[in-house]
Design a binder for this molecule. Structure first.
Ligand code: SF4
Length: 402
């Protein structure tokens, strides 16, 4: 009488298929005891050992050719069948049903090799009580017997090695996926890799919550804010498409009391718009170092280029640190800024840090006028001079407190 055992591999991973193996030994030609003693839970074996046992099991499943002096060859010592249900089906019917389907099809195929009348029992190493119409006698479900029952060990080795072999082919097709490091599971590394959702492949299980969340998530964007009035329109325009974090790094503002006032209004609008923000400490010394020797160049010339550069450099560095791929700045909404210069600097820092920037001319589509309206409506402070003491519009009566 045959005892059929079923095991599966690949329920947990984020990638590709679930594989089930239905197996029974041939009671008329049992594998040698020496071989059976090597069987244990596939997870406790090394990859090399699993592969050796897999090969032996495949050989044992074949009839051996007739030997001299005998009319018939040797009987197969093991019968098994493997069925694969891929990630697209898993996404459609869920992993529980996909697992059942893989087991059902493995049983159906195995029944072509063994006499159904001679099946004594069907045992499944799993907790779900699937019922199979194809069987007269429904399976008994047990858990954690991989290491205790030789047939379960054999079924688990076959399912696992079969799946691993095909997955390693996918590993070659998607070398960037780093399959070796996460083995297809939802590890931290795998999650970090998928931070860029364009990296989700055709073999990912997109119905799995974490993968689905990554797929549906808005891309992250670090938005450098030069002053709050200028930030209103970019935030309103980008908020629906991007998961924005605002960044305050404006060491060029003097005096400190003015800096604090603008910072306070920046925070106020972040709260109104419900966007998170990061505030960088007042870094005025570095600003003066950056423009040293250029203080008296005309506005929009080299002094201002350095002033844009220090802020863009810091923003791009922070984007890298936070793992945010997209970045931009509100600097170019103001008609007083040189957009071409800004775009060149953006290119420089994006290339250097492997980032994508949003090259949007925010001042188009009446950006500046809309920002004026917004600040009036919400009573947001709107400054009336560019930010450093060397700007043409810096009020002469200001007392410096830097
Ligand atoms: S004038 Fe404005 S842009 Fe130019 S350096 Fe001063 S603060 Fe920066």
């Amino acid at each position: 009488m045959y005892k059929i055992w079923i095991d599966e591999a690949g329920r947990g991973p984020w990638l590709w298929s679930v594989v089930a193996c239905a197996l029974c030994f041939n009671p008329e030609a049992m594998p040698p005891k020496e071989f059976l003693s090597k069987m244990t839970d596939s997870k406790q074996l090394t990859e090399k050992k699993r592969e050796e046992l897999f090969k032996e099991l495949v050989e044992m499943s074949k009839s051996s050719p007739p030997v001299r002096g005998k009319l018939e060859g040797g009987l197969p010592q093991v019968f098994f069948w493997v069925w694969v249900v891929d990630n697209h089906v898993i996404d459609e019917i869920n992993i529980k049903q996909a697992n059942k389907e893989a087991m059902r099809r493995a049983i159906v195929e195995l029944l072509r090799k063994v006499d159904k009348e001679k099946i004594a029992s069907v045992l499944v190493d799993w907790k779900d009580n699937y019922k199979f119409d194809e069987l007269d006698r429904q399976p008994v479900y047990i858990i954690g017997w991989d290491a205790k029952v030789t047939e379960i060990s054999a079924a688990s080795i076959i399912a696992k090695v079969f799946r691993d072999k095909l997955m390693s082919t996918y590993g070659e097709l998607y070398p960037d996926l780093g399959i070796e490091s996460h083995k297809w599971y939802g590890t931290k590394k795998h999650r970090e890799y998928l931070n860029d959702k364009s990296k989700i492949t055709s073999i990912h299980r997109v119905s799995y919550k974490p993968v689905k969340a990554i797929l549906e998530a808005k891309p992250k964007l670090l938005l450098h804010i030069c002053c709050w009035p200028d930030a209103t329109v970019p935030i309103m325009d980008l908020k629906d498409k991007y998961d924005i974090t605002c960044f305050w790094y404006d060491p060029n503002i003097q005096p400190k009391s003015e800096y604090d006032k603008r910072l306070e209004h920046f925070k106020k609008v972040c709260e109104i718009e419900k966007v998170p923000y990061i505030e960088w400490p007042y870094d005025v010394e570095n600003f003066f170092l950056k423009i040293k020797g250029l203080e008296n160049t005309p506005e929009k010339w080299e002094k201002c280029t350095q002033c844009y550069d220090i802020r863009l450099q810091k923003t791009s560095e922070l984007a890298v640190e936070l793992g945010i791929k997209y970045w931009t700045t509100t600097l170019n909404i103001s008609p007083h800024k040189d957009v071409e210069k800004l775009f060149k600097l953006w290119d420089k820092h994006s290339l250097k840090n492997n980032l994508e920037f949003l090259k949007i001319a925010f001042r188009k589509n009446k950006g500046f006028e809309r920002s004026v309206e917004y600040t009036k409506k919400h009573k947001i402070y709107r400054q009336n001079y560019c930010w450093c003491i060397y700007s043409d519009t810096f009020p002469k009566d200001y007392k410096l407190d830097k």
